[in-house]
Design a protein around this ligand. Sequence first.
Ligand code: MRU
Length: 353
Amino acid sequence: MTAIETIRWVGDLEGRLELIDQTLLPTEFRMIECRDVGTVHEAIKTLRVRGAPAIGIAAAYGVCLGVQPLVNGDEGRFFARLEEVVGHLAGSRPTAVNLFWALERMKRAAAACRGRKSPREIAGALLAEAIAIHEEDRRICRAIGRQGAELLSDGQGVLTHCNAGGLATADYGTALAVVFAAVERGKRIHVYADETRPLLQGARLTTWELQQRGIPVTLICDSMAAQVMREGRVQATITGADRIAANGDTANKIGTYGVALAAAAHKIPFYIAAPQSSFDLALPTGEGIPIEQRDPREITHGFGCQTAPNGIDVYNPAFDVTPAGLITALICEKGVIRPVSKERIAEVLLSDR
Ligand code: MRU
């Protein structure tokens, strides 16, 4: 199965970043060009590019764009600009740890050259690092698919929430990679996609991706998930992650916690598929995960239509945290982590496989 090219770098050191503008899908497919770091910051903040791995990759290229004007300057000014650019991108969205992980890698790549190479050469090393992050994610998606495919059986209904597919990564996703890999192995899978209020990543993006690939998919409102489970339509649930704490507590799109609770009540396995870069082992539990609060207008004026009275009080957290105890297994490129415990996570992530 081929991947959607969600993110691409065009050209060399003086090149540009191109992204699918995901705010326009599914009715319009348009690539946008980013020629400066401000455009990348805006694209991340407004969810033109979204999904934890894709945010990290876009930010890495954003760093390359940010230092472009200083490649012929002196080292001091180059590194001051690098700090500024990294700080700016780090302020775009708080929850997906992949953003900070990618920015940290970029800083380390530049630091390794300090005092030994010219700003132009350091910019070259930064671009090489961004390309490496991008390429690695492609391989990781495939590995997650391989690791998870055996968890799904022929003929199953699988419920997913938000979009953890090709649009959220460099290849064919994390949660959807598991579905795609199962289908590649000849299993017939029917996906139930939660629409994912308020920004409808499930309705707009997941259904679009699955339709493109000819995988049967049924769209449901978020509030229908428990009923769909009770009716026996789904035998597994699987989502992606924005940040996984050392004990397995997992932040993902708002509504994921409710799906996990409903799955537990119906004795349906609840899986999370995510790359190692989504784990934040510095946080002992999910308590410490910063949860992004978004504009109330996403709820009151979604997609240009006012649906609540003027002046209404709104609470709009973009993510929730599912406790490790509700997660049947975590699927990462290194393997299936089960049971979901601090010890087992450390054992799999720190292994050399
Ligand atoms: O707000 P979004 O659309 O960036 O939220 C995305 C999610 O919650 C995804 O499930 C998560 O980032 C994993 S993507 C492989």
